[in-house]
Design a protein around this ligand. Structure first.
Ligand code: AMP
Length: 398
């Protein structure tokens, strides 16, 4: 069974074709600049040169059509015809309160996705456009949606309810939803498998640290709390996002400093985080370069703040879980930045966290990085959201 995984952004389409008989990645592709000048499709297949298509692609439907052509292309493709695709799994960011599981696409689901657009306009709208495009291009192929929020559907009310007037929750759905759920679910299941443990028996703190970052407390395989909230702006500091701040700062910026609410949104989403502190970059590699090689003090401070926020979140979740068995690092920074992992875990020895500095030098591969006698095990587990989406899609078909 071959499953196509689609992830539509506002001007991009990422896709992977996965053979579920052995979980082999047959092809992966990225279409960029959809709807703008210079559209480009790049498809990678193991052991082959990149296949690049540069033609105007005015919308997502055209982009997906070119992706399908690339997959069946006589010389550069990996399948003979589209009939070999058994199903399509779509990544959708926000599933609201209704969906705490993946679902097969039908009219009712599409109507609900429309309702959820207001909760995540930047993400859900392109996700819907992608599904509609696939429905038009592959009308007979079953499709599933896999939500970033779904894994956090198990959070108890005390974790997801804000101490705000209750009617804001009841009437308007204002609550914590959490994000990166597909990634947290994948790495938590994978780490249990690698440890040879039953996931029911362990407490996990999963640290997804990439451009966006979120920390999740997982008990018995279920999310019980997570650092992102009503939107992916909440929680720890990120590349360009502020994470949690005193909400009164927003009123101050508007009332005292004269910013419009759109400007505040731009500041908090795009001009904060390590970029905001340093004015250097949102990419942690650039910040590390400035801090370690150029002795840039503000870059050092940004790294310090970045790690400190994650450290204190780990502490909070150790309390929420009533003890932790394993801490997992994943995503671009979590998998690759060993210096950041050291900074985050330094000082947590009292909790029984002991990092093995040699093992910790690993980048981007599954590894135990704590010492043999560390009470809390620490692992690097590369995330694979696409494979998780493909598995969920397959399970729904069965
Ligand atoms: P992601 O959002 O998971 O794709 O992660 C992307 C981010 O990972 C980039 O913006 C980089 O900041 C970060 N990254 C990748 N490799 C490294 C590294 N070796 N050290 C620090 N950060 C890294």
């Amino acid at each position: 069974m071959k499953i196509l995984v689609i992830n539509c952004g506002s001007s991009s389409v990422k896709y992977q074709l996965i053979d579920m008989s052995n979980e082999d990645l047959l092809a992966q592709g990225l279409v960029e600049r959809v709807g703008i000048d210079g559209s480009i499709l790049t498809q990678k297949v193991k052991g082959r040169d990149k296949y690049i298509v540069q033609v105007p692609m005015k919308d997502h439907k055209e982009a997906i059509s070119h992706a399908l052509n690339a997959l069946v292309d006589k010389t550069n493709g990996v399948i003979k015809s589209m009939d070999e695709i058994s199903a399509v799994g779509h990544r959708v960011v926000h599933g609201g309160e209704k969906y705490s599981q993946s679902v097969l696409v039908n009219d009712e689901v599409m109507d609900y996705l429309e309702e959820c657009v207001k909760l995540a306009p930047l993400h859900n709208r392109p996700n819907i456009i992608g599904i509609e495009a696939c429905k038009a291009l592959m009308p007979r192929i079953p499709m599933a949606v896999v939500f970033d929020t779904a894994f956090h559907g198990t959070m108890p009310k005390r974790a997801y309810l804000y101490p705000l007037p209750y009617e804001l929750y009841e009437k308007h759905g204002i609550r914590k939803y959490g994000f990166h759920g597909t990634s947290h679910k994948y790495v938590s299941q994978k780490v249990a498998q690698v440890m040879g443990k039953n996931i029911e028996d362990i407490n996990i703190i999963s640290c997804h640290i990439g451009n966006g970052a979120s920390i999740t407390a997982i008990k018995g395989g279920k999310s019980i709390d997570t650092s992102m909230g009503f939107t992916p702006l909440d929680g720890v500091a990120m590349g360009t996002r502020s994470g949690s701040i005193d909400p009164a700062i927003i009123m101050y910026l508007v009332k005292e400093l004269g910013y419009t609410i759109d400007e505040v949104s731009e500041i908090l989403n795009k001009k904060s985080g390590v970029l905001g502190i340093t004015s250097i970059s949102s990419d942690l590699r650039d910040i590390k370069e400035a801090a370690y090689n150029n002795e840039n003090e503000i870059a050092k401070l940004a790294l310090d703040i970045f790690s400190y926020k994650i450290k204190t979140q780990i502490g909070a979740y150790a309390a929420a879980l009533g003890g932790v068995d394993v801490i997992v690092f994943t995503a671009g920074i979590g998998e690759n930045s060993f210096e950041t992992r050291i900074d985050i875990l330094e000082g947590l020895e009292y909790m029984g966290v002991h990092l093995n500095k040699e093992r910790n030098k690993v980048m981007g591969e599954i590894a135990l990085i704590s010492t043999d006698d560390s009470k809390v095990k620490v692992y690097v587990i590369p995330t694979n959201e696409e494979l998780m989406i493909a598995k969920e899609t397959r399970d729904l078909l069965h």
